[in-house]
Design a protein around this ligand. Sequence first.
Ligand SMILES: C[S@@+](CC[C@H](N)C(=O)[O-])C[C@H]1O[C@@H](n2cnc3c(N)ncnc32)[C@H](O)[C@@H]1O
Length: 360
Amino acid sequence: MTHFLFCVCQLGAEPAVKYELAALRPELRFAYSRPGLVTFKSPTPVAPDAPLPAVFVRAFGASLGPADSPERVFTMLAGTCPVGQPVRLHVWERDVSRPGEEPPGFRYGPRAAEARAALVAAWPEGQHPLLAGEVAEPGDRVLDVIVAEGEPWWVGYHVHGPGHSPFPGGRIAVDMPPEAPSRAYRKLEEALIWSGAPVRAGDVAVEIGSAPGGASYALLRRGVTVYGIDPALMDPVVLDYRGQPPADNRFIHLHRPMSMVQRADLPSALHWVLMDVNLAPQVALITARRLAARPRHALHGVLLTLKLDDWRAVRHVPRLLASIAAMGMEEVKATQLPSNRMELFVCGLTRAGRQRLTGH
Ligand SMILES: C[S@@+](CC[C@H](N)C(=O)[O-])C[C@H]1O[C@@H](n2cnc3c(N)ncnc32)[C@H](O)[C@@H]1O
């Protein structure tokens, strides 16, 4: 048992994590911080299966501290995990920069793969069988090993369940096709994987702030017809896209500011409202709310990017989420995705959206 909790976040988001934790878990005391990693001390032992609904925390768990060798990691594991208990291994790299500002040629993965290989090679299979693969399943006991250049590994563990990403460190692997018009392609794919939003071929979506078209392109490739609202130019790869039957989906550009688009300019059967405009969320949400309003018989949900001026904007997050719930969403969840810069992603699902997701 340990009295420490670790939280992994975007590099630079540490103040937001401290702010959120002060509200969510006032009994915790800040203990230690590195870029993209914050630990807290608890007056009581930290349960590895305790939830933590914090928007800015990508991965969390009971914190065991630094380790400079696989043997040290296994000693820590033995102290927390009964013999014979299978273990899932998550190894990942802390952020090296803010998203999109990585050094030229840099990619996440090789350092973590090297550390993982060293751990797997020395793994005490007789004590704790190692589960194959990296994607966690509910109930898995996960050993977390966080890697950073020139530092010892940081070790923790958790039990996989609601609120935890199944992927190591919450880093979602998305391959971006070379013709994708912007990094918003990756952002939307991460958003769909993280949220599980049941977007299907044949759906109709509107995206407020669609240029140059990364997110629209991701939706088009999934068979969705997209109405894009933006006074800026769309990339030809989006404008010229023609889907395959039966969806026959395509992109329609409403080439003007969002204030000049009415609900009646969109099809009656609209399944998704997306938004990614570089405006204050309070302003942008006025249009999202208007377009998510009647007729809304087909609406399954909203997929919204909310821009933050700075980390102090964290204090507005609960109110923003409440206003999104008030758009008729039965479920609202938010996170800072690995590709989000000073922004958050929010997924809201209507009853129809939840029914499609859960099957009942
Ligand atoms: C972050 S970019 C959107 C990226 C886009 N989602 C993509 O996938 O490539 C923000 C966009 O918001 C647009 N925008 C800003 N103010 C707007 C307004 N009032 N109405 C519609 N779009 C607006 C900008 O023109 C810009 O293209």
